[in-house]
Write a protein that binds this ligand. Sequence first.
Ligand code: IPM
Ligand code: MG
Length: 370
Amino acid sequence: MAANRKLLILPGDGIGPEVMGEVKRVLDWMDSHRAITFDVDEDLVGGCAYDAHGAPLSDATMNKALAADAVLLGAVGGPTWEKLPFASQPERGLLRLRKDMELFANLRPAIVFDALAEASTLKTDLVAGLDILIIRELTGGVYFGEPRGITTLPNGERRGVNTQVYDTHEIVRIGRVAFELARKRSGRVCSVEKANVMESGVLWREEMTKLGAAEYPDVKLSHMYADNCAMQLVRAPKQFDVIVTDNLFGDLLSDCAAMLTGSLGMLPSASLGAADATGRRKALYEPVHGSAPDIAGTNKANPLATILSAAMMLRYSFDLADDADLLEQAVRDVLDAGYRTADIMQEGKILISCSDMGEIVVEAMTRRTT
Ligand code: IPM
Ligand code: MG
């Protein structure tokens, strides 16, 4: 039986519209070949929203996002908008979506596809088969803590202030997401903070330990300082399975983990809120990469991170594991067949454009289902 899902698509800036174009192609295919159908609405976020409405996210768009079953976002930002006042910058649009939708759990898988293991800057045996999941707290910590701002001191100097702050419930709810997902994987969680320097880190470690002992004794919990974690990620990444960490450390460590895989252009992400009474979670899916203004409009971008984000949407928002598997498998097929966009190009492989990549992924899904 067909069920209509309400999707809000926010392509954003730079390569956002190009990569999202390929996701639309994938969704159209799903719409006509699978049991799921979508009501798709599209709107502006980031610099393009600023140009149109004078704000990186209008209230009207925010309301649409709150009403949608899932939001798919491309990327925001670019040199055109870098000099705008802080509150008008494209990134504020993304941060407002995260905050107002209360998307506290950011899932950033770092998976090395067999066909791409050699593309990593690390030695192949260090990364081959890598499959780790970084769970980043997304609505708290220094990103949103008060007080914040820039003030002028009596002596004429200026002071910039941000506040790293976590309350118990914020740590516990992200901890639960990590423990639950670890149960579906290898049953291991590594919790990361700087308890050697920061009180917020001490609290983080204590709460994770308590939660683990009380509710998840079957999951093996370890702790690591964030600087060591950065080092371990490039030294021996396969020691990790699920990493749970705060907003800022998660930002840094997920970029680091992304690079292990050889291309930022391959990495999807999901940002989830709390489940409501019906089990539905607010959710936003986006590639980890940015807007890549240098190649925007040239049809060179890699749409796979955004396509894989759509697969995460099928899995986490719509519980359609078969469709998610199909799409992920189609991506593997295409890579195994040697097709590459410029960012993951290797000798002897076939260089194709962004739109070709979308088309070939759809063909691979058709082949697998006929
Ligand atoms: C990310 C990005 C954002 C962040 C920016 C664009 C605000 O780096 O999603 O990792 O810092 O969270
Ligand atoms: Mg980042």
